[in-house]
Every structure is written in structure tokens, then in C-alpha cells.
Design a protein around this ligand. Structure first.
Ligand code: PLP
Length: 435
């Protein structure tokens, strides 16, 4: 669809960098969703971030609605975060020993969330991978239930019917993941309790865990139906399985704890990432102390990392969480409401079928008339209309996620100027989507 976009924008510096990158890196990017594959064109190479804005290699400034895919709730280069990083880095970037910063970050996470112990890792992928290992070890079982369209990182067992880049590129799964691995994964439709009940009826004694995004954000945003997560916990526990709530995207964004703050559930393990690293690589997983005590060196379940709990990443995460007070969450909620209402009004004005779908301040806009409740309904989208919309926004200096299957991420840095620019761009982009 991309080659026929109505507002082609030349970006010579980005295009030259992309050419070089493609020679050296598969597809020219280090994570697939950064490429503009589903919308077409060369991805913009960014050189700087300032509050609500990104600046690209051609010197163009964009209002940023991606926020590094979630971590940057305070916008780019917030002075408190930059200070914390500079101070930590000047004291040494890594020691390979425990540090007090890890305790501080863990204490902040434990205070905000239902977990009583947390293990720090470097990415959301490591968090979910390790949580699954722990759940399998704790139950002595092997099968895992996941939901179609949910993305939990590129863990082999969880790459079946995954969201995010796997959805964007329309991939069923991934070559290289063995049948033996996916045979241990039961993929069910999201929001479908009858399917979960049936899976437990058939495989109840083999299921180690159900893993779910606390609120789905990787097939676009699809909130769990009322009581869905609670019922997952009940069913899992009735059959001796664990419930893993993946809050990598929602954690510390939709409330001071995450989705748990809006829809508390009696889960067993939680995974975190993104916001808790403040834009540096940090993630974690946690649960009750007895369960976490099975991890090495307290217990036999191996889990480790050369850079886990890195002092610079911990400093960035801690600074970011300390800024995330009640006022920050009020501003995030307000920004999400403003942006989604402006976008919906513009699309309605141009007669473009769409659905705003939100889980707290995390939202996305589906280019479809169909009510979206799961991956199948998410895929009723008109992705060509989205591509036209995306490029028209880009051409007017608004950086949206380059995929119809991704959430729009707001930040507290979105000020009146940025919102005004957005409001001006939306009607033009809506016209582009209508073509
Ligand atoms: N879980 C969820 C819900 C995510 O959204 C993501 C990333 O987008 C991950 C896990 C994987 O995190 P990472 O990309 O840090 O490995």
C-alpha cells in the first residue's frame, strides 16, 4: 500500500541512512516494527528527542505518539531522567555486583504492584520467558495457554499467533520455532472464556500457566471484557495452574501500578518492562515470595543476566517512576482522551469507518466498522486506509506507530502546541484515509 500514499514525503537523509543500514542489518532495523514495511516508505532515522517531539536526520520535527513503544511516559530527555542517567554513568556503567539502585527500583515496583519480590532483567522478552520457566518448574507441567494477538516478546513458545510485528507482517508464527515447542502452547481467542474452559477441560492437568496481556495492546488495544482476567485466575487456580499477567506495556502507564490498578486480579506472576526502564533496557518479573524463591540462587530454577539490574538502567527507571505521581497519571489520561477524541472526530468528519478502543490511557484506532474484541475482529481493519492516514500524518510532522496493529502512546510532555499541531493535521490525514 505504501507506494501509493497521497502525501509522499522525501526524506533524503533518512533514506540514505536506511540504504546503509539495509546493507549491514537485516531489513535495516534492529526490531521489525521500526521498519515501515506495512505502511511503505523509508523509516525515519531519529537524531534527537525533546519533550513531545522527535527530530529526524533531515531536521524535521515530529509530535511523537510512539514514545519508544511505551517507555517514555514523560516524553523525551526529561531533565530528571537525563540527570539520573548522567550521574549513574559517571559512577561506572556496570559492576557485575549487586548495587543499591537495584534495591531501590525493586522497592518502588513492590510498593506499586501486587508482587512482593521482583527479579530484574533486560527486556520484556526475558521477563515473560523467565516467568514461564518458573511457572513450569513450580507446577511440574509443560503446557502454556496464550491468546491470539497477544505479544509477549519473541520467546519461542509464545510466538504462535502473536501480535505486534508478527501481526503487522501477517506472519502465522516464525520459522525456527520447532513444532515440539509450539505443541506445548495452546493458542485461544482473546476474551473467549468458553474456549479457556474447554482447554482446561481437555488439558487441565498439563497446563502450567495461562499468560495474558493484562489488557491486550499488541493487536491494537483490546481491553479484557469485564471479569475476563478474574475468571482466568479462577479457572487456572481451579486446575492447579498459574496466571501470568503481562504488564510490560500497561505497567506503570495506565495507573501507578498498571492494569492492576484498574482491574485487580489474583494473579501469580506479573511481568514488567518499558516504563520501569525509563527508556533504558530494564524489565522484571515478580510474584509472591515463596514462588520467586524457586529462582536461583535461592532455588533451583536458573535465571541470570550479565547486565541485569544495570545501574544506569535502574537509575533511569527509578527517576521515571518517581516522576510518575498522581498528577502525571491525570495528565496521561487527559492526553489520551484529547488525542483519541480529536482523531475520532476527524475520521468521522471524513466518513472513515473506525473504532476507538481503549484500556485506560492506552488506546488505538481500528480502521474498521466491526467491534473489536479479539484478533480476528482486529484483522477486519482496512490497513491501506491506515497507511494513507499514517503517511499524511507523517508528512505533517506527526509520528504515529507505523502499523495499524499498535497502540498510540501519549506522554505527559504533550503540551498545547503539540496538541494544536496534531489537531491541525488530523482532518487532512482523515481525508487521505477516506480515499
Ligand atoms: N510483553 C508485552 C505485552 C509487550 O508489549 C512487549 C513488547 O512490546 C513484550 C512483552 C516484549 O518486550 P521487549 O520488547 O522489551 O522484549
Amino acid at each position: 500500500p505504501g507506494s501509493a500514499t497521497p502525501y509522499p514525503v522525501e526524506a533524503p537523509a533518512s533514506t540514505a541512512l536506511f540504504d546503509r543500514a539495509q546493507a549491514l542489518t537485516p531489513g535495516g532495523v534492529n526490531s521489525p516494527v521500526r521498519a515501515f514495511q506495512s505502511v511503505g516508505g523509508a523509516p525515519r532515522f531519529m537524531v534527537r528527542g525533546e519533550g513531545p517531539y522527535l527530530v529526524d536526520a533531515d531536521g524535521r520535527r515530529y509530535v511523537d505518539l510512539v514514545g519508544s513503544w511505551g517507555p517514555l511516559i514523560h516524553g523525551h530527555a526529561h531533565p530528571a531522567v537525563v540527570d539520573a542517567v548522567q550521574t549513574a554513568a559517571a559512577a561506572g556503567t556496570s559492576f557485575g555486583t549487586p548495587t543499591e539502585a537495584e534495591i531501590e527500583l525493586a522497592a518502588e515496583i513492590v510498593e506499586r504492584t501486587p508482587v512482593s519480590q521482583v527479579r530484574l532483567v533486560n527486556s520484556g522478552t526475558e521477563a515473560t520467558m523467565s516467568a514461564i520457566r518458573l511457572a513450569r518448574a513450580a507446577t511440574g507441567r509443560s503446557k502454556v495457554v496464550k491468546f491470539a494477538g497477544c505479544y509477549h516478546g519473541h520467546v519461542d513458545a509464545l510466538l504462535a499467533a502473536a501480535g505486534s510485528g508478527v501481526a503487522t507482517l501477517s506472519l502465522p508464527g516464525s520459522p525456527g520455532v520447532t513444532d515440539a515447542t509450539t505443541a506445548e502452547t495452546i493458542v485461544l481467542p482473546y476474551n473467549d472464556l468458553a474456549a479457556v474452559t474447554a482447554a482446561f477441560a481437555e488439558h487441565g492437568t498439563e497446563i502450567a500457566a495461562v499468560i495474558t496481556e493484562a489488557a491486550a495492546g499488541n493487536m491494537g488495544v483490546v481491553p479484557p471484557r469485564d471479569g475476563f482476567n478474574t475468571e482466568l485466575a479462577r479457572l487456572a487456580h481451579a486446575h492447579g495452574a498459574l496466571l501470568i499477567l503481562d504488564e510490560v506495556m500497561t505497567g506503570f502507564r495506565v495507573s501507578r501500578s498498571g492494569w492492576h490498578g484498574l482491574d485487580p486480579v489474583d494473579g501469580d506472576l506479573w511481568t514488567f518492562g518499558k516504563v520501569m526502564g525509563g527508556g533504558l533496557p530494564a524489565a522484571g518479573f515478580g510474584g509472591r515470595a515463596e514462588l520467586m524463591a524457586q529462582l536461583a540462587p535461592a532455588g533451583p530454577v536458573y535465571q541470570a543476566g550479565t547486565l541485569s539490574g544495570n545501574p544506569v538502567a535502574c537509575a533511569a527507571g527509578l527517576a521515571s517512576l518517581r516522576l510518575a505521581d498522581a498528577d502525571a497519571y491525570r495528565r496521561l489520561d487527559e492526553a489520551a482522551t484529547t488525542v483519541s477524541k480529536l482523531a475520532s472526530a476527524a475520521l468521522a468528519g471524513a466518513g472513515v469507518p473506525h473504532r476507538v478502543s481503549a484500556a485506560g490511557n492506552l488506546f488505538s484506532i481500528f480502521f474498521t466498522e466491526t467491534e473489536v474484541r479479539d484478533y480476528d475482529t482486529a484483522r477486519t481493519q482496512d490497513t491501506a486506509a491506515f497507511a494513507g492516514f499514517f503517511h499524511a500524518m507523517l508528512g505533517q510532522g506527526i509520528y504515529l506507530p507505523p502499523s495499524a496493529y499498535e497502540a498510540w502512546f501519549v506522554s505527559t510532555a504533550l503540551d498545547d502546541d503539540a496538541l494544536e499541531q496534531l489537531a491541525g493535521a488530523l482532518p487532512v490525514a482523515a481525508q487521505a484515509a477516506a480515499r
